[in-house]
Design a protein around this ligand. Structure first.
Ligand SMILES: [Zn+2]
Length: 292
């Protein structure tokens, strides 16, 4: 009896031990399964949220790029107007034209994005390349405007230094070229124009330059002023009663330099006005643009 009893007890004990063990295994399994399921659910929820956020961001960016594309087109239109103005300025001032080929250089070739990318990326990359192209064109055009500016500055400087106004008022008593000499009565080359007026009538520089001679000339022109204008131009003012400048002095067009007189080889008060271009006497009247 004792033996069987203790065997039964042992068996009962073994049975309950197995049950507990199995229960623990099942519990552990359920616990782990629960954790796994929960994690994957949370993960999928998060990725859905993330996905929605990315989608709306993507739509926003696509929209922005579409707007940018429109703005780049407007910049391109304004650029076109600038180019037209530049061409007009070049035509007005006889500046060399820029060939169409040279203008096209700034635009650049078409790029080839990979075929498997989304529309937004495609839009982004084409917008970027248009912006790049506009930048290149803008730099090109800036260079061209600098060219025009420099060319016009040179032209302005040339105009400022070209004898182009009458240096005094009066009556044209003798023109340029072969004329009758009032002293000898013979035909003789007259190297300038004579403008007769009362002694003391003011005489002005006909352009910007530097006085290279101011004094009495033994050559017959009496009190004489010579102005070197650069660009090959020299102007001379003879028979003056008074000289108001000194050698080396800079003058601008309209500077008072002296007064009409009758010094030197002269029959009466007048200004002998001469213009030389590249060491040759030219007709001053060919340069007068202002007959005030
Ligand atoms: Zn003369």
């Amino acid at each position: 009896m004792l033996i069987t009893d203790s065997r039964d007890k042992l068996r009962q004990f073994q049975l309950s031990y197995r049950l507990i063990f199995a229960g623990a295994v099942v519990a552990a399994f359920l616990f782990i399964a629960n954790i796994l399921l929960t994690t994957s659910f949370v993960r999928s929820q998060v990725s859905t949220l993330e996905m929605n956020k990315l989608r709306s961001e993507n739509a926003f960016l696509a929209n922005k790029f579409e707007e940018l594309k429109g703005r780049v087109s407007k910049i391109s239109d304004i650029y076109g107007e600038l180019v037209e103005k530049e061409i007009v300025i070049r035509n007005i001032f006889n500046l060399p034209e820029i060939s169409l080929d040279e203008r096209q250089l700034g635009i650049g070739g078409p790029e080839n994005p990979p075929s498997d990318i989304s529309n937004t990326v495609l839009l982004a990359s084409s917008t970027e390349s248009r912006v790049e192209g506009m930048l290149r064109l803008a730099r090109f055009e800036k260079e061209k405007y600098e060219e025009v500016y420099n060319a016009l500055s040179d032209k302005k400087s040339l105009l400022d230094h070209t004898p182009s106004i009458l240096p005094t008022r009066g009556y044209f008593s003798r023109g340029f070229g072969m004329k009758v000499d009032p002293f000898t009565g013979n035909q003789q080359f007259h190297s300038g124009v004579d403008i007769a007026n009362r002694t003391g009538t003011p005489v002005y520089a006909s352009a910007d330059g530097a006085v290279q001679f101011a004094g009495f000339s033994a050559g017959g022109l009496g009190n004489l002023i010579e102005i070197d204008h650069g660009y090959g131009y020299i102007s001379r003012y003879g028979h003056l009663s008074k000289i108001k400048v000194v050698s080396g002095q800079n003058v601008t067009r309209g500077t008072l330099i002296g007064y009409i007189g009758s010094t030197g080889y002269s029959t009466g008060p007048h200004l002998h006005y001469e213009v030389m271009k590249n060491d040759r006497q030219v007709n001053p009247m060919d340069f007068i643009v202002d007959f005030r």
